[in-house]
Design a protein around this ligand. Structure first.
Ligand code: TTP
Ligand code: MG
Length: 407
């Protein structure tokens, strides 16, 4: 059975939340991101501001020059998170097959829901209506047989759009669009493709797979499939049914370099942490896996004093276990892995959140969001807490200063 996947993305999200709260801002060029004289960049621009050439990521100074009458708002992450939760709750009331992707974006698997709503299109209209009436926000919706095409469709329909790509029409829908519209084609990939004379998604799909693989490795295959509208990825439900989450990596060369091992562990911990938070769970146990050069494999576990979903806690526990394991060890390491288990939903265990753990949680959520938008490597953390310099606090909330985050 052909699937029906919906991609829903709120229009000018941060700005629209501000406009819903203060109707005097409606219909005006509004920018969330900070003071125009600040060093920040635009996080979100109203469509009126976009008409002046403003876009997310543009330095505020430049934005204020292009559009002197724009209203600049510093923004409040807590407010957007609250709106985001309400948005997700509306979606969840339409289909339990919901995958939040970022604060203002989600996939819904609505296969077979025609019978409930008349048609999938009617269902999408109802969703849009509810978002408007309950939150005062407008959403754009793409509908197709796969995630990738649904996402392209919602993007193309903005603002306040609804675009359905019928089953079978995916390749012809994508073909004329510029490659930059395809998820997975970032600036760098786009530049290489243009160098190869590939400017449309159609041209990309007719490029031999071998050529794409030689330039982009494994992601060449994904590009090839996506460009033809082929995407088998499931809508991943939250919270996940997973009982444990882990990441591991085998080194090209066996190693005894502790700094390198720790750096790898940090990276893997962040991946586990991000997955954990995406699934809305906290972990009670952290485990480390090591495989030595001679293929002997050990795992060591640590029970946490209280459940956590922070990268830092996972990493710290991993380092502790690593130090214990390697004190007397002479064999080089071939593989390292870190995992979490004893997963609980928050609230299953009552805990007083002290301000530092609350702070960490907010930071982690913000990081996840940016990573969802820009890819995992968009933020490289030396230590998570260093990020407090990136997110200056303002009365317990975080002042948005997206530049340093996204660059
Ligand atoms: P987007 O959905 O990319 O942007 P948007 O909702 O403002 O506008 P659109 O109508 O095109 O969807 O991102 C959602 C929110 O994420 C956005 O309102 C602010 C935040 N964000 C940043 O903080 N920095 C950025 O560079 C981008 C792109 C988004
Ligand atoms: Mg949006």
């Amino acid at each position: 059975m052909t699937r029906r996947i919906m991609h829903i993305d709120l229009d000018a999200f941060f700005v629209s939340v501000e406009q819903a709260e203060d109707p005097a801002l409606k219909g005006k060029p509004v920018v969330v991101g900070g003071r125009p004289e600040g060093r920040g960049v635009v996080a979100s621009a109203s469509y009126e501001a976009r008409a002046f050439g403003l876009y997310a990521g543009m330095p505020l100074l430049k934005a204020s020059r292009l559009c002197p009458e724009a209203i600049f708002i510093p923004g409040s992450f807590a407010k957007y998170r609250d709106a985001s939760q309400k948005f997700m709750a509306i979606l969840a009331s339409f289909s339990p097959f919901l995958e939040p992707v970022s604060l203002d974006e989600a996939y819904l698997d609505v296969t077979g829901f025609e019978s409930l709503y008349g048609s999938i299109r009617d269902m999408a209209l109802k969703i849009k209506e509810q978002i408007k009436s309950k939150l005062g926000l407008s959403a754009s919706v793409g509908i197709s047989s796969s995630k990738v095409v649904a996402k392209v469709a919602s993007e193309l329909s903005k603002p306040d759009g609804l675009l359905q790509v019928e089953s079978g029409n995916e390749p012809s829908f994508l073909a004329p669009l510029p490659i930059a519209k395809l998820p997975g084609v970032g600036k760098k990939t786009g530049r290489i493709l243009k160098g190869l004379g590939i400017t449309t998604i159609g041209e990309l799909s007719s490029t031999p797979l071998s050529t794409l693989k030689s330039y982009f490795g494994a992601s060449g295959e994904v590009l090839h499939r996506f460009s033809s509208g082929i995407d088998d990825r499931e809508v991943e439900l939250l919270p996940g049914a997973a009982k444990s989450i882990s990441r591991e990596t085998t080194f090209a060369d066996d190693t005894q370099d502790r700094r390198f091992l720790e750096a790898t562990l940090r990276y893997l911990s962040e991946r586990v942490g991000s997955d954990l938070r995406r699934k809305g769970r906290r972990a009670g146990c952290v485990s480390l896996k090591l495989r030595y050069a001679d293929f002997t494999t050990i795992t060591r576990q640590l029970t946490l004093p209280k459940t956590s979903d922070s990268d830092q806690t996972i990493f710290d526990s991993g380092v502790k276990l690593l130090n214990q394991a390697l004190t007397q060890e002479k064999r080089p390491v071939r593989l390292i892995g870190i995992g979490v288990s004893k997963l609980v939903e928050p609230g299953q265990q009552l805990e007083m959140m002290d301000s530092s753990s609350e702070r960490l949680e907010k930071l982690n959520q913000a990081i996840d969001h940016i990573r969802n938008k820009y890819g995992f490597t968009a933020i490289q953390t030396g230590r998570t807490l260093v990020l407090k310099d990136i997110f200056p606090t303002d009365k317990g909330d975080y002042t948005l200063d997206t530049p340093s985050l996204s660059r």
